[in-house]
Write a protein that binds this ligand. Structure first.
Ligand SMILES: C[S@@+](CC[C@H](N)C(=O)[O-])C[C@H]1O[C@@H](n2cnc3c(N)ncnc32)[C@H](O)[C@@H]1O
Length: 426
């Protein structure tokens, strides 16, 4: 990510907004915005998502309606809409959402006010595919638990089946497949943990590919992408994209910055420059004391426990333990369990101080969400939601390279493939 990109976005935003409006949106004062614009100080790369968000809002409010949208998409297993945000950034209009967790839908509704205008349903398994509105792109980060190593060993230990044999979560891929079969979108994007590739010696992934390619007749491409190209987090996820017809899609078109940002760029700043976000106030950061709220610092008991635990595993030759992170670090993967002890990412606070957890606002940044993203739920729920989500800029980049091919396909007819596929899934 270069510094030129945010400055460019700032200039675009200035064509539509005053310095005051931009300052309020990004949580800075007018003088700072003026300095960026004049080039007196560089416009920070971290602002890029917030500026894109502002430009997008303006597109929506200046008469941008579903009719003007470049493509329509549906958001399955939506969580807090990380994939959605990446596709909205390129002019997509969401026409249907499925998410069954009440806490996640609270965050979702708060951040995508337009989601009140279309169906936001709960359990997708119970929902008839024919009633899903027509769409051009299907998005789905289907739950990874049955495919992850942790999930497999836990289920094996309980003597239960896993993957596709599992009668509950393992079948969720087939809910994606039956909707693709019924609605024949021009394209889809599915996201999952990297372990999906190796699960059950690769058989699980073979079944997925076979279903998408042979049964549904889509051109399918997949690639593991590490979020650390965009945010200071090592987070490898498999992205599977498919197209209804033949395209010239190539992963080579991805722009993955070689040198991603470091942890220091997303931590609350203690030099007086941390913005006061009107929706957070002092919830995560005490602007008077200029430090993260004390509750994020580990208690003496927890810190002693984690150190002993790490020492025990080191002695046994295992690599397990906590992950201390410094301003120049790239962190481990944020998990949905982060709220439990925060051990995978502990922020160093000095030799004589105990480390702290990331605050939920820092987790949002670590996942590439702009500071305009509202966190209306408890810390526990927020950690769970961000840990389950996606590195949003990865999705935005994949959307960018998919969309020219989507547009080409939209200009073509869907041949009788639809009928054939429907008969398989009826
Ligand atoms: C891995 S998360 C996806 C997160 C999402 N990509 C994001 O950016 O936040 C999977 C989501 O699927 C939801 N889910 C699981 N089973 C579901 C079902 N049967 N119907 C609807 N949602 C479901 C979970 O509540 C969870 O939020």
């Amino acid at each position: 990510m270069t510094l030129a990109a945010p400055l460019n976005l700032l200039r675009q935003a200035r064509a539509r907004f005053t310095q005051r409006e931009i300052a309020a949106h990004v949580g800075k004062d007018i003088k700072t915005v003026r300095r960026w614009e004049k080039g007196e100080t560089p416009c920070p790369a971290m602002l890029e998502p917030a500026l894109r968000d502002l430009l997008q809002q303006s597109a929506r409010t200046s008469g941008g309606t579903a009719g003007d949208a470049q493509f329509r998409f549906i958001d399955l297993f939506a969580g807090i809409g990380g994939i959605r945000m990446g596709f909205e950034a390129h002019g997509g209009d969401c026409v249907f959402t499925s998410e069954w967790n009440d806490f996640s839908t609270r965050t979702y509704r708060e951040n995508y006010p337009g989601s009140g205008e279309h169906a936001l349903i709960g359990d997708i398994v119970a929902f008839p595919a024919e009633e899903v509105p027509g769409h051009d792109v299907l998005l789905g980060g289907f739950p990874c638990q049955p495919f992850s190593i942790a999930g497999v060993s836990k289920k094996n230990a309980l003597g239960r089946p896993h993957g596709f044999e599992c009668t509950t979560q393992g079948t969720l891929f087939f809910d994606v497949a039956r909707i693709i079969a019924a609605k024949r979108p021009a394209a889809f994007l599915l996201e999952n943990v990297k372990n999906l590739l190796s699960h059950d010696k690769g058989r699980t992934f073979d079944v997925i590919l076979q279903t998408l390619r042979d049964e549904l007749g889509y051109e399918v491409h997949y690639r593991v992408i590490d979020g650390q190209h965009f945010t200071p987090q090592h987070r490898e996820r498999i992205i599977i994209v498919g197209f209804r017809g033949k395209t010239g899609f190539s992963w080579d078109d991805l722009h993955l910055p070689e040198e991603g940002p470091r942890l220091g760029s997303i931590l609350h700043r203690t030099d007086g420059s941390e913005p006061v976000l009107p929706w957070d106030h002092d919830r995560f950061f005490d602007h008077t004391a200029q430090r993260a709220q004390p509750k994020y610092t580990l208690t003496p008991n927890l810190w002693t426990y984690l150190q002993n635990y790490a020492a025990k595993h080191r002695a046994a030759g295992n690599g397990f333990g906590f992950g201390m992170a410094y301003p120049d670090s790239v962190t481990r993967t944020l998990s949905a369990r982060y709220h439990k002890d925060g051990s995978e990412i502990l922020v160093y606070q000095g030799e004589s101080l105990r480390p702290r957890r990331l605050t939920p606002r820092e987790c949002a940044r670590l996942m590439g969400f702009p500071d305009t993203f509202r966190i209306p739920v408890s810390d526990t729920q927020a950690y769970r939601q961000f840990g389950n989500s996606v590195v949003m800029p990865v999705m935005r980049e994949v959307a960018r390279i998919m969309l020219p091919h989507v547009q080409t396909l939209l200009a073509e007819d869907d041949p009788h493939g639809a009928k054939q596929a429907l008969s398989l899934y009826a």
